[in-house]
Ligand binder design. Structure first.
Ligand code: AGP
Length: 624
């Protein structure tokens, strides 16, 4: 996620662009930049690594004057967070400037074509490719036109070559001061006042100036013009009429997208995080690029003997799901370690070991320490599944497969967990394909399943939320909870218990449901409710259902995360989350965890607790 802002008006643009970017920092903040367009149409660009405050300081020494411009705060996906990779980007002539949020999936192919034509690049980003595509289109004609129709025609020609997602805000020095905003799968809103027009990635950036916003839809373009005009078009050129909406939020509410807490927003961001993490990394044509991100190649994958996954907390639980997936789909012996334990044990690793760290922050001390120890051992290749670009762990591992979920503000990890699962599916399926465990048909079918999973997630969110609220009211005073799951749902039981513990302060224990009779069943009575994952597609459904019968027979109230159409579950459960049918039991963790996240959230919210910053916890545990 990145933050974008555009402005045309009568006030000095720089301070307004900075003000807007400040309110978008929650979307990304590893570098930032603005371009102010002078009255003579000259582009004044200032960029800086780090947060907006540093860019603001730099502007004091390097002021740029003008009453229009664009700005960007970055959450890097391609190219390290440094000055050259910061937006805005330009073309070879400097006559085009643009900022971008999203992912250009085919940027490597386009960049190779442009380099072959003599284009010179200044960054490693996917975004810069688009600036050169505009250059190709704009400056190949004798006199570029500045009419809306001409600008749209150039944008159409450029975007016909681009695969991926984007919110683009572009200006050219031949467009008489106009700025165009283009949207496909990344948010873009326009705003206007009496004599100013604005564009932004998200509402918070507009609130200091206006509460009247117009939402841009996929495949649409908006052209900001001097004189406070912002006509809306379909990319095909057809004019679009859309009334402005008055936004009833204050700034902080807006940063949460209208959600009461960041955690709630981030639960709802789960599907988009899953999609973004998959983007450009699935199907046969992307296997080599995926392996490259991990610092691997086909022969290395074929030579792997085992995988050691390292992590803490939620990241560790994601790794446990990965254990089942890698073993089943890649035929690779996989062991998941709690990093804080692993670093003090004998670390027996055979030849061809892949040490895979999972970490949202990339700064967790125990995971870092364990990785460094493994890295020192011969025969061990290291890689990371990490969210925070440029974090310490990304410089410790041999390659990093980024979860693209943007900054996760809530201390309790939610969207990062589902994004971590996405990377584990991606890697296990690609490894399985390369190692000949999966046929081309099986691999494609699994990739198709991944692509459709986010719509099941969205359905689950809508379906689960009312029941989660109702159950939170019923169980908010429970003295404890037992979370049960089997097979690939066992790690989800652990994660669900952690969510409840860390934000509601109710003790909860995750257990392999087959283990219940080896002790924990002694805990069961009317005061010990059970939260169980028992999807119908599970190969161990019957066994888990009978565990629930045992618990119910001893008085427990049972909450089951089951499957739509499963009538039998009502014989063993008091309350049922009916999950949308999934293509295979292996995908059930992605859906099942949503029920646990929403339930924990609503219990903590009902108890009036600090959901986003629970007591005693830190977002990143950088100490032992
Ligand atoms: C999860 O909700 C917790 N915030 C915590 O367990 C977290 O997952 C753990 O500290 C690991 O953090 P990391 O992913 O940044 O390494």
């Amino acid at each position: 996620m990145c933050g974008i802002i555009g402005y045309i008006g009568q006030r000095e643009a720089a301070p307004l662009l900075i003000e807007g970017l400040r309110r978008l920092e929650y979307r990304g903040y590893d570098s930032a930049g603005i371009c102010v367009i002078s009255d003579a149409g000259k582009f004044g660009i200032v960029r800086e690594v780090g947060k907006i405050a540093r860019l603001s300081e730099k502007l004091i020494k390097h002021p740029v004057k003008g009453t229009s411009g664009v700005g960007h705060t970055r959450w890097s996906t391609h190219g390290a967070p440094n000055h050259d990779n910061a937006h805005p980007h330009t073309d070879c002539t400097g006559g085009i400037v643009l900022v971008h949020n999203g992912i250009i999936e085919n940027y490597l192919e386009l960049k190779a074509q442009l380099l072959a034509k003599g284009h010179r690049f200044q960054s490693d980003t996917d975004t810069e490719v688009v600036a050169h595509l505009f250059e190709e289109q704009l400056f190949k004609v004798k006199k570029a036109q500045s009419s809306d129709a001409a600008i749209l025609a150039v944008a159409r020609a450029v975007l016909s070559k681009v695969k991926g997602s984007y919110a683009l805000v572009v200006s050219a020095n031949v467009w008489d001061g106009k700025i165009i905003g283009l949207r496909k799968e990344c948010p873009l809103v326009a705003g206007k006042t009496q004599d100013e027009v604005f564009l932004a990635s998200d509402i918070p950036a507009l609130l200091p100036f206006t509460k009247e916003v117009v939402f841009i839809e996929d495949g649409e373009a908006v052209i900001l013009k001097p004189g406070a005009h912002a006509p809306l078009y379909k990319l095909t050129g057809q004019a679009v009429r859309r009334d402005a909406v008055t936004v009833p939020w204050d700034n902080l509410m807006a940063a949460k997208g209208g959600h009461k807490h960041f955690m709630h927003k981030e639960i709802y961001d789960g599907p988009a995080s899953f999609e973004d993490t998959l983007r450009g990394r699935i199907y046969d044509e992307n296997i080599d690029a995926l392996l490259r991100e991990l610092g691997l190649n086909r022969s290395k994958v074929k030579g792997l003997g085992s995988i050691n996954i390292l992590g803490c907390g939620t990241a560790y639980y994601a790794g446990l799901v990965g254990e089942y997936i890698f073993e089943h789909f890649a035929g690779l012996r996989t062991h998941v370690e709690i990093a804080s334990e692993f670093r003090y044990r004998e670390r027996i690793t055979g030849p061809g070991t892949l040490a895979l760290a999972i970490s949202q922050s990339g700064e967790t001390a125990d995971t870092l320490a364990a990785m460094k120890l493994l890295k020192a051992r011969s025969g061990v290749t290291t890689a990371g599944i990490i969210n925070q670009i440029g974090s310490t762990m990304t410089r410790t591992t041999g390659g990093t497969l980024y979860t693209r979920c943007g900054p996760e503000i809530g201390v309790a990890s939610t969207k990062a967990f589902v994004a971590q699962l996405a990377t584990l599916y991606l890697s296990a399926f690609a490894f399985g394909r390369v190692r000949g465990v999966l046929s081309a048909v099986e691999y494609k079918s699994l990739c198709d399943g991944l692509v459709h999973l986010s719509s099941s997630m969205r359905m689950a969110l809508q379906r689960f939320e009312p029941l989660a609220k109702d159950l939170a009211a019923r169980f908010q005073n429970a003295k404890g909870f037992l979370y049960l799951g089997r097979h690939v749902m066992y790690p989800v039981a652990l994660e669900g218990a952690l969510k409840l513990k860390e934000i509601s302060y109710i003790h909860a224990e995750g257990y392999a449901s087959g283990e219940m009779k080896h002790g924990p069943i002694a805990l069961i009575d009317e005061q010990m409710p059970v939260f169980a994952f028992v999807p119908k597609s599970s190969s161990v459904y019957a066994k888990t259902a009978s565990n629930l019968e045992e618990a119910r027979a001893r008085g427990a109230k049972i909450i089951a995360v089951a499957s739509e159409g499963d009538k039998g579950i009502y014989k063993v459960a008091d309350h049922v989350f009916e999950s949308p049918k999934s293509m295979t039991e292996w995908f059930d963790p992605v859906i099942g965890v949503i029920a646990a996240q929403l339930f924990a959230y609503h219990v903590a919210n009902l108890k009036g607790l600090d959901v986003d910053q629970p007591r005693n916890l830190a977002k990143s545990v950088t100490v032992e």
